[in-house]
Write a protein that binds this ligand. Structure first.
Ligand SMILES: C[S@@+](CC[C@H](N)C(=O)[O-])C[C@H]1O[C@@H](n2cnc3c(N)ncnc32)[C@H](O)[C@@H]1O
Length: 201
């Protein structure tokens, strides 16, 4: 992987956190594939794929590609480059495709264009690693945790992005599911900046 090139992609995964994702994906996907909630432009998916490829495993990455609350017109992270005027909405599919085209590691990435809540009921493959990076509203983060944490292999990992302990540093929803996971038997494994890795015990 050309990490310098990967770091230049549009997305929400800083290099230090992305490299941590690569390492955790390599370590835990010997137990099964990885699944990501929140593809956006596939930047984080490519970091994960770099790790899963070592184990000949895929990363499934789920996104409806309509953007999260903060990406919508008039919101903090609105970006006209990902707004489709014909559709009248955010559409990150073209960005994802353009980014995946640039890297051989994309052969390990399987995009699923869907709402993660709709995919979960029919998902039966045990996951070596689950990465939650979808909508950061409390209800959405709780849904992602509730719908998907049971799909993780008994020795697999749960990775959560954007952990801020204090409300003035950032939204609290990812931190809430992190604390819930700890109460429900997951154990802290590692943290780099705002990305945390827990393991099932
Ligand atoms: C913060 S972005 C993900 C950033 C990406 N992981 C990266 O590293 O660049 C969150 C993404 O979650 C997606 N999303 C929000 N709610 C979702 C849901 N219920 N199911 C699937 N995707 C969802 C949004 O469309 C958005 O692209």
């Amino acid at each position: 992987m050309d990490f310098k090139k990967l770091d230049q992609l549009k997305g929400f995964m800083p290099k230090d956190e992305g490299l941590a994702l690569t390492g955790w994906a390599e370590k835990f996907t010997c137990h099964g594939p990885a699944l990501e909630i929140g593809t956006f432009g596939a930047k984080s998916a490519l970091y994960i794929a770099t790790g899963t490829s070592v184990n000949n495993q895929f990363v499934y990455t789920v996104d409806h590609h309509s953007g999260s609350e903060e990406h919508q017109l008039g919101e903090e992270y609105f970006d006209s480059d990902i707004y489709d005027i014909k559709l009248g909405r955010v559409n990150t599919v073209p960005l994802m495709q353009e980014n995946l085209e640039k890297f051989d590691e994309s052969k390990w990435v399987i995009p699923i264009i869907a709402n993660a809540n709709s995919v979960a009921p029919s998902w039966t493959t045990e996951l070596g690693l689950l990465f939650i990076d979808g909508s950061h509203t409390e209800i959405s983060a709780m849904n992602d945790y509730d719908n998907w944490n049971t799909k993780i292999h008994s020795q697999g990992a749960l990775v959560i992005h954007d952990i801020y302990e204090k409300p003035d540093e950032g939204g609290q929803a990812p931190y809430l599911i992190y604390k819930r996971a700890l109460q429900e038997g997951f154990k802290f494994y590692d943290q780099i900046d705002t990305i945390v890795c827990l393991i099932k015990t």
